[in-house]
Design a protein around this ligand. Structure first.
Ligand SMILES: C[S@@+](CC[C@H](N)C(=O)[O-])C[C@H]1O[C@@H](n2cnc3c(N)ncnc32)[C@H](O)[C@@H]1O
Length: 313
C-alpha cells in the first residue's frame, strides 16, 4: 500500500506487516549481501557521521555502527524504527532514529560523511528527485544498491515477451499493483543522474546473482547445493558487474571543501539534532526534548518514544 502525496511512499506498516519476517528462509540473499557489504562499506572510509537511508530495523547496522561516531537510520516506517530501537538497546546514544520521507530529507546539506541505501530504490517513483535529496546530505561516500531491469534474466524475459526495447531503454520499468508499484532502472540512467549531482561513480558488485534459487528447489537439494551456489555468487559478484544480477551496488564519491561545520545540539538532545532542518522548507529548528518547531514555516515535529517523526504534512 502507498500513501497519496506528490511522492507516493510505500507504507511498510500497513496490514501489521513486519519486515523482519521477510528474511526468514533467505539465507542466500543474506549471505550474498553480507559478503559485499563487508567489502564495500570500508571503502567509504573515513566516516564519523553515517546515514542508513531506508535502513528499517537496522539490518545493516553492524557494517557501520562500530566505526561511526554518530549514525542515523532514516525510514518512513514507524514499526521498523521501533524494531530498530528494540534491536539496538545499548547503541541508541549513537544511533539516531528518524521517521521521514526520503523525498524530503530533514537534514542539512553535507550532514553525513557517508551513507548507504540498500533495497530501497525500487520503492521510489521519482528516483531522480530522491537521489538528489538524499545525496545533498552526504559529503563523502555513498553505497547505492540499484535494482536494474536489464540483468541477464530480465533481458531473457524481455526477449521472450517481445519487450526488449522497454528493458533496455532509460525509462524505469514499473511492475506490481496500482497501489504498490516497484521500479527497476537502467544502470546508465542512474549513474548519469548521480554524475549530474556531482558524484563520481564506479561499479562495486553484482549482488544476488542467483536470487530465489533456494525457494525453487526442494530443501534437501538446497542444503547440498548451497556451497556451490555461494561459490558461484562469490565468483560473479565482480565479473557480473553491470549486467548479471538484479542488484548492482554502485559506489559514489564526492569531495566537499571546506568541510562543513555544524553547531552544538540543544542541552539534553542527541548530537544529530544539530544537523537537522525542516523537511518542508529547510528552515532552522527550535528544539525542546519532545518537539522541534520550524522557524521558517512554523511546522512542528514530535518525538515518539525512540524515534523523531519528521514526516512533513
Ligand atoms: C526492503 S526495506 C530495506 C531495508 C534495509 N535497507 C535493508 O536492506 O534491509 C525498504 C525500506 O525502505 C523504506 N522506504 C521505502 N520508501 C521510503 C521513502 N520514500 N521514505 C522513507 N523510507 C522509505 C521502507 O519503509 C523500508 O523500511
Amino acid at each position: 500500500m502507498t500513501t497519496a502525496s506528490p511522492f507516493p511512499t510505500i507504507d511498510y506498516d500497513a496490514n501489521d506487516y513486519d519486515y523482519q519476517d521477510y528474511w526468514n528462509g533467505r539465507d542466500y540473499e543474506m549471505w550474498s549481501e553480507d559478503r559485499v557489504l563487508r567489502r564495500l562499506i570500508p571503502q567509504l572510509r573515513p566516516f564519523s557521521w553515517f546515514a542508513d537511508f531506508g535502513g528499517a530495523y537496522g539490518r545493516n547496522s553492524r557494517y557501520y555502527l562500530h566505526e561511526a561516531q554518530q549514525a542515523v537510520i532514516l525510514d518512513y516506517s514507524a514499526t521498523n524504527l521501533t524494531n530498530a530501537a528494540g534491536r539496538h538497546p545499548g547503541s541508541l546514544d549513537k544511533l539516531g532514529l528518524v521517521r521521514c520521507d526520503l523525498n524530503k530529507v530533514p537534514f542539512a546539506d553535507d550532514a553525513f560523511d557517508a551513507a548507504m541505501v540498500i533495497r530501497v530504490l525500487h520503492h521510489l517513483p521519482d528516483v531522480d528527485h530522491a537521489l538528489g535529496e538524499m545525496g545533498r546530505t552526504i559529503a563523502g561516500g555513498w553505497l547505492i544498491d540499484v535494482p536494474i531491469k536489464h540483468h541477464l534474466l530480465g533481458l531473457a524475459r524481455g526477449a521472450v515477451n517481445r519487450r526488449l526495447a522497454d528493458v533496455r531503454n532509460a525509462q524505469p520499468l514499473v511492475t506490481g499493483a496500482s497501489d504498490e508499484k516497484y521500479f527497476n532502472f537502467q544502470l546508465t540512467a542512474i549513474r548519469e543522474r548521480l554524475t549530474s549531482l556531482g558524484w563520481r561513480t564506479r561499479l562495486g558488485a553484482s549482488v544476488n546473482n542467483f536470487r530465489r534459487w533456494e525457494s525453487r528447489v526442494p530443501s534437501t537439494v538446497a542444503r547440498y547445493a548451497r556451497p556451490v551456489v555461494q561459490g558461484l555468487e562469490a565468483c560473479t559478484q565482480s565479473v557480473g558487474r553491470g549486467w548479471l544480477g538484479p542488484s548492482q551496488f554502485v559506489v559514489g564519491t564526492r569531495t566537499i571543501t571546506p568541510a562543513p561545520r555544524f553547531g552544538e545540539p540543544a542541552p539534553g538532545l542527541p548530537a544529530f539534532t544539530a544537523r537537522m532542518v525542516c523537511p518542508a522548507c529547510r528552515g532552522a529548528l527550535a528544539w525542546t526534548p519532545e518537539t522541534a518547531k520550524c522557524g521558517g514555516c512554523a511546522r512542528e515535529y514530535h518525538r515518539h518514544g525512540p524515534y523523531w517523526d519528521f514526516v512533513a504534512h
